[in-house]
Design a protein around this ligand. Structure first.
Ligand code: ZN
Length: 387
């Protein structure tokens, strides 16, 4: 019904200060939606470390959160009514650290809590419309599996599921990678960012065009590395990193590979950033891809300014891109022949040249605007690189 209005009620006790009346968000205004939403409200109102006992007269909600949940998740929530509301409730419940129980009682049967919740829900239904369902914050989204289980899908269901995703204009892999980056930046740098901010940052003019493309393609898993070669006859061997004997991936190349490259470059980059007053956590794939959207606070730098953030972004992204180009040189031009690989000193020289070149560009741009040399930093080599 277009003019329907549904409300949820959470009853803690007679006239209890934590009792909740709320209007159900979103377009589906039904009793069932309201019953599911009440669980989210209850889980959000009670601290995570305090036991929570949910008593509901809704078999629909109870079965949904217990019996049906594994099957719904396996199928990627395909065709499940009130899926967004159920997912929200599941994420809240999974984020709890104390005991949570769910119990069913008969409705409209004189049970005081049930009658109380009913009255609160009626009041909620009279509240103003809430437009749209707010996106779950990344700290809760991590409790929900992404995608669907292949074994649980028939071909027809898989096709419908993909069409469903296309309707939403997003790709599962990119979404998963972006969430991972958002979580890494939010947790490791205490800098909460949204997915939108991340996508916008990839278009930042602070980054060169090649770097922007590199980051964008990495988040979309668009480079032909590792898994890509697994199903291509006669090319299966390309899936493996020759230096390490494990399956290659962009994460492996940028942060794990033993071939001369990533370790030396990150060592140099971190030394340089430490000299500029930055105290950073260990490098990770999430931090690298999230660098354009990151802002460092006083926990990580003695000087939290736009200039410091710019330096951080430039050094991380230029270093990552150099690691990638050196890997391509090693694998394609030098045909994976260890005898021809660049020795550690040559890698260090390449990094210095790359950063110096980029800094000079930055300095020239800054000089035009402010006639200041503040953005210059000492990037001279200080002795041999240890590997
Ligand atoms: Zn490797």
């Amino acid at each position: 019904m277009p003019d329907a209005a549904a409300g949820s009620g959470v009853w803690f006790g007679p006239d209890h200060q934590h009792n909740i009346s709320a209007r159900v968000p979103g377009e589906t205004q039904s009793n069932q939606a309201a019953e599911v939403y009440a669980v989210t409200l209850a889980a959000g109102a009670v601290p995570k470390h305090t036991p929570l006992h949910v008593v509901t007269d809704s078999k629909y909600t109870l079965d949904g959160l217990t019996v049906n949940l594994p099957q719904w998740e396996d199928c990627g929530w395909l065709g499940v009514a009130n899926a967004a509301l159920f997912q929200e409730a599941v994420a809240w419940l999974r984020s709890r650290t104390a005991v949570t129980t769910l119990r069913w009682v008969k409705g409209h049967d004189g049970v005081p809590g049930n009658e109380g919740a009913d009255a609160l829900a009626k009041r909620g239904a009279g509240m103003p419309d809430v437009v749209g369902v707010e996106a779950l914050p990344p700290s809760l989204r991590k409790f929900l599996p992404i995608g669907a289980k292949l074994a649980a899908l028939t071909q027809a269901k898989a096709y419908r599921w993909i069409l469903n995703l296309k309707d939403k204009g997003r790709c599962v892999t990119s979404e998963r990678n972006a969430l991972r980056v958002v979580a890494a930046v939010s947790e490791d740098l205490h800098c909460p960012i949204s997915e939108n901010r991340l996508w916008r940052a990839f278009r930042s003019k602070d980054l060169g065009r090649k770097i922007r493309i590199f980051l964008w393609k990495s988040v979309h898993d668009a480079y032909r590395v590792g898994q890509y070669w697994r199903n291509i006859p006669q090319c299966e061997h390309r899936a493996t990193c020759d230096a390490c004997g494990v399956e290659e991936s962009m994460e492996h190349i940028l942060t794990e590979c033993d071939a001369p490259g990533q370790r030396i470059i990150w060592q140099l980059a971190w030394t340089m950033l430490e000299r500029a007053g930055l105290k950073l956590p260990d490098v990770s794939y999430g931090l690298i891809l999230g660098a354009p959207a990151s802002s460092l606070n006083e926990n990580f730098t003695t000087n939290p300014s736009a200039g410091t953030n710019r330096l951080y972004r430039i050094v991380l992204t230029e270093s990552a891109y150099l690691i990638w180009t050196l890997r391509c040189e090693r694998v394609i031009q030098l045909e994976n022949d260890p005898e021809r690989w660049r020795p550690p000193k040559a890698v260090a020289r390449a990094w210095l040249a790359c950063i110096r070149k980029r800094m000079n560009v930055d300095w020239m741009l800054t000089r035009v605007k402010t006639s200041s040399r503040k953005s210059m930093i000492d990037i001279r080599s200080r002795g041999p690189v240890k590997t």
